[in-house]
Design a protein around this ligand. Structure first.
Ligand SMILES: [Mg+2]
Length: 100
């Protein structure tokens, strides 16, 4: 169904769905929005700890859905940001110059 969407289209779709479900009725609290993304990662960790692979994958998906929603809501072209940051990372030294 949505298999061929670009990242930008995923952001638009996730944001539209979140709006339809009322998550943007009031101005978003940025701290809360970011922590909800972290919460999805914590849920993924729980799935991993319990070796619940299906739940692990689902919570990772939730993480992306919340991130895409946030980027869509803020009008951030996250694909362009990923490309930009990847180029920056490519230029960094092995293990980013840290010995550990
Ligand atoms: Mg979840």
């Amino acid at each position: 169904m949505n298999q061929d969407l670009t990242i930008k289209q995923w952001c638009e779709l996730c944001h539209r769905m979140a709006r339809e479900k009322g998550f943007w009725d009031k101005e978003r609290n940025m701290g809360e929005a970011l922590m909800l993304i972290v919460t999805e990662l914590a849920e993924a960790m729980e799935g991993y700890r319990h070796q619940d692979h299906e739940n692990f994958r689902e919570e990772l998906a939730d993480t992306f859905i919340r991130l895409f929603d946030l980027c869509g809501g803020l009008g951030i072209d996250i694909e362009a940001e990923i490309i930009k940051k990847s180029e920056k990372n490519k230029a960094r030294p092995y293990k980013h110059g840290k010995i550990c």
